[in-house]
Design a protein around this ligand. Structure first.
Ligand code: BGC
Length: 738
């Protein structure tokens, strides 16, 4: 982040530039630099987002180079050899903000090597329902966990570029994202759906992308409440609010007045309506200048530096991708093999069957805006990773298309590894052409667009335009052809053919491991008892095959922990209607929901097995005191012990059980966590400093966070349902502020 002195200097330079701009130049800084039709055509015909960054704000007369936007939740999406990291939900399973910060730096350095300096990699929408098509782009279901990881990625990116945090706010349905109105009370917003964005803003994010959907009746890009009152005034955000792409702005004047600063990626809605609104006094020049000043400041703060092409997929970045994959693998079951010992790690093998269509092909995630383009041969598949790790071991592969052949192979090998799950055909960001018609029924043709000189209204009606966009986007994501569903999933079961393959292979070989790939939840309760071992590999990035081999062969103990609750059945989840036009979000999803109803999860939030036994003992705590004697942060300590025979990592989680006297509160909420690596037999004392705000609830009548008075129970645990040691502290009631 920039020092206060440098900030003052930048303010002065931005002001000096601003006064030199004509009105037309000021307006030209409010949208992407790509002309509308050129932009549309290059998406339709040229796979544009993967070839070059989207420019905005260049003004050669004043030497302003502008900003160069590129997507990147799992790596820079441009062709030309960027590293593909595990998807964010996998990195969420690592519970490792330090690693996430390094990934942010690596992505930003690679982005700079392409000439891009504005990276839309920080997706912190909460995973309210784990069937959301873009689950893979989020870190999980808990606001503190998502916020700490998002803030870490932001810090890393901001060392070399500008971070874009998205999608503000409450964007967690794919199919109806252009339409849906999400209703949420102030408490739900401030306790659950906004803190992650605030954490990224506090970490120095330069830009925030407004979401497509509505919140409490207002489109996000036109919501004064979200953009100005909360983001800019309450949180003090000094950066730029940018629209999501193409359908992100409807009423340009309303958007500017609400606090939007830049429309992306084309010159589209704003240019058609702002000049008149300015001339007629509906839009004050001061608001335009504020938006321009924010952008000039960003342009001035992009750090200089040398970013050669050799940075892409350099050894250090590939090792980082491998480390992230390694730390993300979640072991859910490790039951006994016939010899009575846990099946994993796999030992004493003289042959191994690897079965499944996902074993020998790159499976990096969806085909939406976060799709990366690794060079041919870059991706280490599960099969390749296993073969490279054990060249001495005969490893045979069957796709599983022919179940009888797969059974026969499993029967004649010492153990079987089934690699199954989801891919881009079954989940992900996507526009179904059929979904676009109802959207266009609901969204009025934007005035600005139809009156813009860019728009040949006679030739292209609003509806036809929508159909064109639908065709382009769905065509772009189905470039390999074929029928596929993508988008959101309401049925979280594995496809029936895969379940049947599990049954048959497990019957043929009792030493069967199921490895699941995917970004959202997959129900396992119907079949997981059939196999001794089950683990989640997610979409593990281009080095994932190596990481899987390290875990299966026991070179590394699994240390990923679930970033969302895996339910026993879909009925345990909140209602989810991908085509809903209106939904209400409350406080109850994930572990908060199940703990409220008293039902158990199949695998709770934060859960994951290890090859080592862990102990948590000697917990204690105190309440800190500030200079004036007022309550400060809570300090907890606990002793973690690794009782295993190898070095391994554990994630120690602290859950608050609040008094809940003022209002109904979740029975438990995550308030801190630490990922710790310990050698065999090692013990270490851990300290946690927990700011009071994390313990507070939002009181709408005061419009502020308040701390309840009374006994606060802190559970030191290894997952959300764990009964670890408890520390009880008596806190005094107080108001903590907005
Ligand atoms: C997505 C954003 C993405 C943008 C640019 C939108 O459709 O929602 O996440 O950054 O496209 O590709």
């Amino acid at each position: 982040m920039t020092s206060p002195l440098a900030q003052e200097d930048q303010q002065a330079r931005a002001q000096a530039l601003l006064v030199q701009l004509s009105v037309a130049e000021k307006l030209s800084l409010l949208d992407g630099d790509t002309p509308f039709w050129w932009g549309m055509a290059s998406i339709a015909l040229g796979d544009a987002s993967h070839h070059r960054p989207w420019p905005a704000g260049a003004l050669p007369r004043l030497g302003l180079k502008g900003l160069q936007f590129v997507d990147g939740p799992r790596g820079v999406v441009l062709r030309g050899g960027a590293t593909t990291f595990p998807v964010p939900i996998a990195r969420g399973a690592s519970w490792n903000p330090e690693l996430e910060e390094k990934i942010g730096e690596a992505m930003a350095r690679e982005a700079r090597s392409f000439g891009a300096d504005w990276l839309a990699a920080v997706c912190v929408n909460l995973l309210r329902h784990p069937g959301w098509g873009r689950a893979q782009e989020s870190y999980g279901e808990d606001p503190l966990h998502v916020g700490l990881l998002g803030a870490a990625l932001t810090r890393g990116i901001e060392r070399h570029a500008i971070a874009c945090v998205k999608h503000y706010a409450l964007n967690s349905i794919d199919s109806s994202r252009f339409l849906v109105d999400v209703q949420a009370e102030a408490r739900v917003l401030h306790e659950l759906y906004l803190p992650q964005f605030r954490a990224c803003v506090e970490a120095g994010a330069g830009t925030v992308m407004s979401a497509y959907n509505r919140v409490n009746g207002r489109w996000c890009s036109e919501s004064p409440e979200l953009l100005t009152r909360i983001l800019k005034e309450r949180w003090g955000f000094q950066g730029l609010v940018v629209s999501d792409f193409i359908f992100g702005v409807r009423d340009g004047v309303a958007a500017l007045l609400a606090g939007l600063d830049l429309e992306m990626p084309f010159r589209m809605i704003l240019q058609g309506c702002l000049p008149r609104a300015l001339a007629e006094g509906q839009l004050p020049m001061a608001r335009v200048e504020d938006a321009v000043r924010r952008q000039l400041l960003l342009q001035l703060r992009i750090p200089a530096g040398s970013y050669p092409a050799e940075l892409r997929r350099c050894r250090a970045h590939l090792e980082l991708a491998r480390e992230a994959a390694r730390q993300s693998i979640v072991l859910l079951r490790n039951g006994p093999a016939p010899d009575g010992r846990p099946l994993l790690p796999l030992r004493q093998l003289s042959s191994l069957a690897v079965i499944g269509h996902l074993a020998d092909q790159p499976n990096l995630g969806d085909r939406g805006s976060s799709d990366t383009r690794p060079p041919p041969g870059a991706v280490v598949t599960p099969l390749e990773g296993l073969r490279q790790a054990r060249p001495d071991l005969p490893i045979h592969h069957a796709s599983g298309q022919d179940p009888a052949a797969a059974m026969a192979l499993a029967a004649r090998c010492d153990a079987a590894v089934l690699v199954l799950g989801l891919d881009w055909r079954l989940e992900g960001e996507h526009i179904h052409p059929g979904d676009i018609a109802p959207i266009l029924e609901q969204i009025p043709p934007p005035d600005g667009l139809l009156h813009s000189p860019a728009w040949p209204a006679a030739a292209l009606s609003w509806r036809r335009f929508g159909r064109l966009v639908a065709w382009i986007t769905s065509h772009a994501s189905s470039r390999e052809g074929g029928d596929f569903a993508a988008g959101d999933r309401t049925d979280l079961a594995l496809p029936a053919a895969q379940v049947s393959l599990i049954r048959r292979v497990a019957a043929a070989n009792p030493r069967t491991v199921v490895v699941l790939m995917g970004g959202g939840a997959i129900l396992t309760a119907d079949w997981d008892q059939l196999v001794p071992a089950l683990l989640l590999l997610w979409y593990p990035g281009e080095q994932g095959g190596h990481a899987l081999a390290e875990v299966l062969f026991g070179r590394v103990s699994p240390s990923g922990r679930l970033p969302f609750t895996l339910p026993r059945h879909g009925g345990q989840l909140p209602p989810f209607e991908p085509r809903a036009e209106r939904v209400r979000y409350d406080l109850w999803h994930g572990y908060r929901r199940l703990q409220r109803s008293g039902e158990g999860a199949a695998y709770p939030f934060g859960f994951g097995l290890s090859y080592c036994r862990w102990s948590l003992t000697e917990a204690s705590g105190t309440i800190g005191r500030g200079a004036g004697g007022q309550q400060g942060p809570v300090q907890l300590s606990v002793l973690l012990g690794n009782g295993g025979e190898m070095e391994a990592a554990e994630v120690v989680q602290v859950y608050l059980e609040p008094p809940g006297l003022l209002m109904e509160r979740p029975r438990r909420s995550l308030v801190a966590f630490q990922r710790v690596s310990l050698g065999a037999g090692e013990q270490r004392g851990l300290e946690f400093t927990i700011p009071l705000r994390r313990l507070a609830c939002f009181d709408p009548s005061r419009d502020a966070f308040v701390l309840e008075g009374g006994p606060h129970r802190f559970v030191l645990a290894r997952h959300a349902d764990d009964s670890g040691p408890v520390v009880v502290l008596q806190l005094e009631a107080c108001v903590l502020g907005p």
